[in-house]
Write a protein that binds this ligand. Sequence first.
Ligand code: FES
Ligand code: FES
Length: 156
Amino acid sequence: MRVTCTVNGAPREADDVWPGESLLYLLRERLGLPGAKNACEQGECGSCTVYLDGQAVCACLVAAGQAQGREVVTVEGLAEAAAPVQRAFVAAGAVQCGFCTPGLVVAVHDLLSRDPAPGDADIREALAGNLCRCTGYEQILDAVRLAARDLAAAES
Ligand code: FES
Ligand code: FES
């Protein structure tokens, strides 16, 4: 089947998409967008998080065909909008191997879009689906607090 959708603001299409193929495969292997990572392919780790029609989803759990006619935004498409989040991750030492980072950047961008001043419990709940095997999570919490502070300062 042919899948036509909008990815990071641009119309994209792919031919010969297999019905069981995931949106993650479509993005990475057919559309050349490797930002969303493939770690578990079972919806367990959050490394493949993207927006689908404005909702953060695990791209490995979405069939590529479900993206037909819809709007997808990947971490590449958030380069500007999530720059403060990315800077905070670096400043807080929340990036080690970096495999979890793209999914976390999307998830944190999503959290702070909904709640600009989340408490620790809110952060933990929002990021419960994003696994990191390197950092022990404290630096990630620091990064979210820092990003929230920076965004608030930028708006005041
Ligand atoms: S690769 Fe999609 S949740 Fe792990
Ligand atoms: S930095 Fe390595 S998995 Fe998170």
